[in-house]
Design a protein around this ligand. Structure first.
Ligand SMILES: [Zn+2]
Ligand SMILES: [Zn+2]
Length: 794
């Protein structure tokens, strides 16, 4: 039997059969093959488009594509949320191009227009090609981004019927100059929002307001475009689409595209002999384990890609696997680090497809620009952060007819540990939602200014911008930004462009520029909020997969000077944090305890950093830093317990700080399972006796001014979130706490004190008083899947 036809089960058995590995496999999920379900083309789609699709090999669409087409043609706002490679783009492109084709028959050749938004330029370019393949050339599709030369821009405005751009260009360039776009906007039939799960947190909240500005201008020009959104599979895509657009949305979620059988294994690396912080047991790293598994798979002739976090890890995995093998096989393993020239990428694709190359270790940069579909096996060294990325990476394995193997190798952290022991969190219905909060006044204020600059804001506009808008306007007037005229409308008063005041991808404050000291090259930026902890003087900083050492952080100029480096240690900032409650918006009794949501002020000061050896976590030294405190006004979820509850749970007062701190760490680690955020988006504080609550209190807060919706989401899903947190800690096989449960690599207190057993008892006590409902036990709007869906106010 040729190796490519070996069943994935046999591959997995062979991996497990190696000595001592049997207990590393925590779960095997068999995802059966799914046959294609087709549905006829809607009558309303023009034959030219159907012919174009047929030439690309699509004789009849899949059922979810047809459903999307029908909904789009009826003028509905629709979000298509199906798997990777399920042809989402044909679903929205067919109705869009069909209408644009109708429009070419208008006297001016442009009776209908459509706008396409993608988070990246590369994706927009890819989509333009696709449109050109499907529709005849009289449908004029054109890119409009920062690279479009001025003379071409004029042509795009006047003649293009399908304009492909990104939210930043829409915000900075198109909306402020809407008068020059008036003929385009007048006939705007559709707005396509691709990869909309990427619009989350503060960035997503900004994009939501940009879309409301677009809708307002369209209304003035007499058009009412339907929004067509494409999303990865997430919990409740319709609610996300509604928050993003402010319009009621229908979700298409039933994937009718075919899939080969997939065996998905969950894998936990073994404990090593090393000890880490405070004597904690340390697991073998996911990258080292990936190198071993890659070795065995390649030795068995299996075409495999191992996805890792950094370029350095990609090189390490490839090198280790090469070392483990002899000459001819060793040469068939490579590392992909991104930044390749197009011809190098094509060569890599050819070698993988032909089988000359058997093993590839790669950063997820590979998701952009290299086609490695149709592999026999995919290794994922660590949970990639969202289910969307997980399936995107695992989806690289398998051809239609043939089975494939995917292995998720857990990293040594609470979320990964939880997932490999709770497969239902990955394979049952998605639990993580795309979270954004367009009503955050910090986000909304600059968009109200930009909108007023575009056209004076009338009272009838306020509803569109949500409930925060009306109270903000007088504040903006006080600041001298807006002025109210006698007719009741608000005007922008300044000479400068209002749209320039906001960077959609920033989160307040000057971002710190990362500059290579020797060359002066700008490598990128980090948010001001994260700079003190991530690029302080002496920090080891990972940027786009490369490792740098920070020579100096200059706060005056907001520049971090760095050098490429390969130190044998990582750094962890130490900080002090104080938190005070500014206002409690919602509070629910959980038995004697309580669960709360509201605004807080967080004062954080980075005071030093630790150097830790990479291989073992051993502490090599500590240095002091002299950085000013930073104040953040944001929103938080917090819970309290009473003294009686502590007594009942047998937690003496001297054990409380460690118990609360451990519970805080693990809960921060688990929140990304429910809301698409990462650790930098949220922070936490635990206090044995908080001055505002007068009780033991644990806070988890949004790391951005005004909040980004993560804490609110935690509040709404608190029963499930804290239950998962408790389970993750309780299930960990360590004695006294380790990185898999309660230790955090980002702890500002050097993971001291932590009390694992106390944390389990504390959370158990708290949860005993929690409401019963599994879905949502804390909110007034029972039965509504998104009771806090504030963008849903129409
Ligand atoms: Zn542990
Ligand atoms: Zn901590």
């Amino acid at each position: 039997m040729p190796p490519s036809q070996r069943l994935p089960e046999a591959l997995l058995d062979a991996l497990v059969a190696q000595r001592g590995r049997s207990d590393r496999l925590t779960h095997t999920e068999h995802l059966p093959a799914r046959p294609a379900r087709h549905a006829p083309w809607p009558e309303s789609i023009r034959t030219e488009i159907r012919t174009g699709a047929a030439e690309l090999g699509v004789a009849e669409p899949w059922a979810h594509q047809t459903e999307t087409m029908n909904l789009a043609k009826s003028g509905q706002t629709v979000v298509i949320a199906t798997g990777t490679a399920s042809g989402k783009s044909l679903g929205y492109l067919a109705p869009v191009l069909s209408d644009l084709l109708d429009g070419t028959e208008a006297p001016n050749g442009r009776g209908a227009t459509a706008l396409y938004l993608a988070p990246t330029k590369a994706l927009a370019a890819d989509q333009r090609r696709r449109a050109a393949e499907l529709a005849p050339p009289r449908v004029r599709a054109a890119l409009y981004d920062g690279d479009t030369p001025p003379q071409e821009r004029e042509w795009v405005r006047q003649y293009a019927s399908y304009v492909l751009t990104n939210p930043d260009m829409l915000h900075r360039s198109i909306l402020p100059a809407h008068a020059r776009w008036s003929s385009f906007l007048k006939t705007l039939r559709y707005v396509v929002v691709d990869e909309c799960h990427g619009y989350r947190g503060v960035f997503g909240s900004h994009v939501a307001q940009v879309l409301r500005r677009l809708r307002r201008l369209c209304h003035r020009y007499g058009s009412d475009p339907a929004f067509l959104l494409a999303s990865a599979t997430t919990a409740d895509p319709a609610a996300t689409a509604e928050r993003l657009t402010g319009l009621p949305a229908v979700a298409v979620t039933e994937d009718a595209s075919p899939r080969g059988p997939l065996v998905f294994a969950l894998w936990e690396p073994p404990l090593t002999e090393h000890v880490g912080e405070h004597g904690a047991p340390v697991r073998r790293t996911a990258t080292t384990e990936a190198a071993y598994l890659l070795t065995d798979l390649v030795a068995a002739g299996t075409r495999t890609v191992a996805f890792v976090r950094s370029r350095r890890a990609a090189e390490l995995v490839a090198l280790q696997a090469q070392d483990n093998l002899d000459a001819p096989l060793a040469n068939r393993i490579a590392a992909y680090r991104g930044g390749y020239l197009p011809e190098e990428r094509r060569a890599l694709e050819r070698d993988l497809h032909s089988g000359r190359l058997l093993g590839l270790a790669s950063t997820s940069a590979l998701e952009l620009g290299v086609d490695v579909s149709g592999l026999d096996a995919v290794l994922l060294a660590g949970y990639p952060g969202t289910r969307a990325s997980l399936w995107q990476q695992a989806g690289r394995a398998g051809r239609e007819a043939q089975g494939a193997l995917a292995v998720l190798i857990a990293r040594d952290d609470p979320l990964d540990t939880y997932l490999v022991h709770h497969p239902e969190a990955l394979f049952a219905h998605p639990v993580e939602a795309t979270v954004l909060d367009p009503d955050n006044p910090h986000v909304l204020a600059p968009h109200l200014c930009a909108a007023a600059a575009e056209l004076p804001l009338g009272p009838s506009d306020l509803e569109l911008f949500g409930p925060s808008a009306a109270p903000l306007l007088p504040v903006l007037e006080q600041r001298g930004l807006l002025r109210r005229r006698a007719d009741g409308s608000w005007y922008w008063t300044r000479r400068e462009r209002a749209a320039d005041a906001v960077d959609l991808r920033g989160s307040g404050g000057n971002p710190v520029q990362i500059v290579e000291a020797t060359t002066g090259r700008l490598l990128g930026t980090v948010d001001a909020a994260a700079a003190h902890t991530t690029v302080h003087t002496g920090a080891v900083h990972l940027h786009q997969g490369r490792t740098y050492l920070v020579g100096e952080l200059d706060l005056e100029t907001s520049v971090a000077l760095v050098e490429p480096a390969n130190p044998s240690y990582t750094t962890a900032a130490r900080d002090t944090t104080a938190i005070s409650v500014l206002g409690t918006e919602r509070s629910v009794a959980w038995g004697e305890g309580s669960l709360n949501f509201g605004s807080v002020e967080v004062v954080n000061q980075v005071v030093g950093f630790l150097r830790k050896r990479i291989s073992t976590g051993e502490i090599l030294g500590e240095s002091k830093l002299d950085l000013p405190p930073r104040t953040l006004r944001t929103r938080a979820v917090w819970w309290t317990v009473t003294e009686q509850q502590l007594l009942d749970a047998l937690i003496p007062f001297d054990q409380l700080p460690g118990a609360a701190h451990a519970a805080e760490h693990a809960s921060i680690g688990l929140l990304p399972l429910f809301a698409t955020c990462d650790r930098w988006d949220i922070g936490g504080v635990s206090v044995p006796l908080h001055p505002d609550t007068q009780l033991p209190t644990v806070f988890v807060y949004d790391g951005h001014p005004g909040g980004a919706g993560f804490a609110e989401h935690g509040f709404r899903r608190a029963v499930q979130w804290l239950t998962a947190t408790r389970d993750a800690i309780a299930a960990c096989e360590c004695d006294r706490g380790c990185p898999s449960c309660v230790q955090s690599p980002k702890c500002g207190n050097g993971n001291d004190p932590l009390d694992k057993a106390g944390a389990v008892r504390l959370l158990t006590t708290l949860l005993a008083g929690a409401p019963e409902s599994a879905e949502d036990g804390v909110e007034e709007g029972a039965g509504d899947p998104d009771p806090g869906g504030r963008a849903g106010r129409k």
